[in-house]
Design a protein around this ligand. Structure first.
Ligand code: ZN
Length: 366
């Protein structure tokens, strides 16, 4: 047995072993959702092999565990941490008092790990409640925001992209138009949060600038292009993928479909931007374009009454999970319907500008 009194042992190694046994399961459980939201857009976080979480989340958990341990150890040996008004933190005092008491020598850290990870109960001892607050919840405060910011900075993105857009000299031309600035701040914020439709303009923002749905979509596309021109490095780090031209097309309710369907020229322009060959394109973007063409080919096949499975093509060619693949296909289907199937087929395999979109499209289009 490892008694919780070991947490107060003079030897750091003995103390850390007991601390790990007691607190690691609780920290892991409490950090799970904030990490998923910050890093995986609410999706899965898995170790490549075996159990546990992805390498990035495991590293974050290690850091949190060590921070929490260090804070406890300095409270045990030195002055207690204080509140903003300078008072010693009462919960920490209660916890340290218990860990150095005679009772702690007979209490098993492993047996208490479960109760510590639980939600707490009325009957539990005060020191356990204090341990949950001080060892688990305190180190996790603002975890989601912190992880988001750190990950963005690691990717080379700006720590405060909205401040850059509002203040940096290079962004001055973008600020000439209030709507453009608002749209870009929204886009950057949503890309960072991993929102599913980051370039959809919400109603309140459309109202503020007096934009119709179609108009807002067009303006978002223009704003993103202006940003890419003004500062390609900022664009790559803070917007990057997904492909803005596709994502900029709204869609969901029937009214939106109608709006879009009316706008054949806009749909054709969108598809052209998305699918047509471009000089000086990066290999990555070219490959992506070819993958999109494969999906459009499958959508066109369905539109023409042939058998095809565009969602599968999207999952295979673009590496998307079924749900986002479904969303992408819905958007493309609306675009194809608005632009016309015959017109859209110019981008699909076997036509001069369509290139060769990969075998899977043909297999699924059969
Ligand atoms: Zn993870």
């Amino acid at each position: 047995m490892r008694p919780i009194a070991h947490l107060a042992d003079r030897d750091d190694a003995i103390a850390f072993a007991a601390f790990h046994t007691l607190a690691a399961p609780a920290l892991r459980a409490a950090a799970r959702w904030p990490l998923l939201r910050a890093r995986h857009a609410g999706g899965a976080c898995r170790a490549p092999v075996g159990t546990g979480q992805c390498a990035a989340c495991e590293a974050t958990l290690d850091d949190l565990l060590l921070d929490s341990f260090t804070r406890l150890r300095s409270a045990l040996t030195g002055p207690l941490p204080t509140t903003r008004s300078g008072e010693p933190v009462r919960e920490m005092a209660s916890l340290c008092g218990h860990l150095t008491s005679r009772a702690a020598r007979g209490e098993d850290a492993a047996a208490l790990a479960g109760p510590l990870a639980g939600p707490g109960s009325d009957g539990e001892p005060a020191w356990l409640r204090a341990a949950r607050a001080q060892l688990v919840h305190y180190p996790l405060r603002h975890l989601e925001e912190r992880v988001r910011r750190e990950d963005a900075v690691r990717r080379g993105a700006s720590a405060r992209p909205d401040r850059d857009l509002r203040q940096a000299a290079w962004a001055a031309p973008l600020r000439a138009d209030g709507a453009v600035l608002d749209l870009l701040i929204l886009a950057v914020f949503r890309v960072r949060r991993g929102v599913a439709e980051p370039f959809d303009v919400p109603g309140d923002l459309r109202e503020r600038h007096g934009l119709s749905r179609t108009e807002a979509t067009r303006r978002m596309g223009d704003a993103l292009r202006a940003l890419r021109e003004a500062n390609p490095a900022f664009f790559a780090a803070n917007i990057g993928e997904p492909f803005p031209e596709v994502a900029a097309v709204p869609m969901a309710d029937p009214q939106e479909r109608l709006d879009a369907a009316v706008d054949r020229d806009a749909a054709r322009a969108s598809m052209h931007r998305m699918l047509a060959d471009r000089a000086n394109d990066s290999v990555h973007r070219m490959e992506r374009r070819i993958s999109y063409r494969a999906v459009v080919a499958a959508v066109c096949a369905v539109g023409a009454g042939r058998r095809a499975d565009p969602v599968t093509v999207a999952t295979m060619n673009l590496g998307l999970a079924p749900k986002p693949a479904g969303r992408l296909v819905r958007r493309l289907a609306i675009l194809v319907a608005a632009a016309g199937v015959d017109w859209s087929e110019q981008f699909t395999p076997g036509t001069p500008s369509g290139g060769s979109p990969g075998r899977s499209a043909r297999r699924h289009a059969r």
